[in-house]
Ligand binder design. Structure first.
Ligand code: IDP
Ligand code: MG
Length: 162
């Protein structure tokens, strides 16, 4: 029984989920994937990626005028991210609920940010805020053929940090 296969196709949405560099470095990727899998959503794309600055700026273009924008871009480009596409009925809003509030101190216990993070500027995960933004954001990493890391590249990257 796969919940995401039961509904009619027109109800099925896709969202972009990204484990941010702190989530990857802290070894929380499996924990986060597990929460979406257990909920019943379907993983349709996965990529370990070193996000170039111009793609980080494209992804967060709606926040360009914010004072924290430069720090946000250096955070997102500071190390590998895990980019994912998740599919299912109501997945966009449901993923936002599973993720919790932007400020992890205000995120409810039981949510990803509520359980795993403390600072807004290190809030471990991204999830699209609308179906249209989901479609827009997914293509940014998945159409880029540069900066793809294999697990082997990543373990070398970690060794370089030591
Ligand atoms: P969201 O990730 O919950 O959708 P947004 O308002 O879209 O939150 O902001 C995008 C990201 O920018 C946040 O997840 C967080 O990493 C960062 N951010 C948002 N507000 C602040 C802030 O006031 N200071 C520092 N970073 C922020
Ligand atoms: Mg947002």
């Amino acid at each position: 029984f796969l919940p995401h296969l039961v509904a009619s196709m027109e109800d099925v949405e896709e969202t972009y989920i990204m484990v941010k560099p702190d989530g990857v470095q802290r070894g929380l990727v499996g924990e986060m994937i597990s929460r979406f899998e257990k909920k019943g959503f379907k993983l349709t794309g996965l990529k370990l990626f070193q996000c170039p600055q111009e793609l980080a700026e494209e992804h967060y273009k709606d926040l360009k005028s914010k004072s924290f924008f430069p720090k946000l871009i250096s955070y997102i480009t500071s190390g590998p991210v895990v980019c994912m596409a998740w599919e299912g009925v109501g997945v966009v809003a449901s993923a936002r609920k599973l993720i919790g509030a932007t400020n992890p101190l205000q995120a409810e216990p039981g949510t990803i940010r509520g359980d795993l993070a403390v600072q807004t500027g290190r809030n471990v995960i991204h999830g699209s805020d609308s179906p249209d933004n989901g479609k827009r954001e997914i293509v940014i990493p998945f159409l880029c053929n540069k900066n793809i890391l294999s697990v082997y590249d990543y373990s070398r990257f970690l060794i370089c940090l030591l």
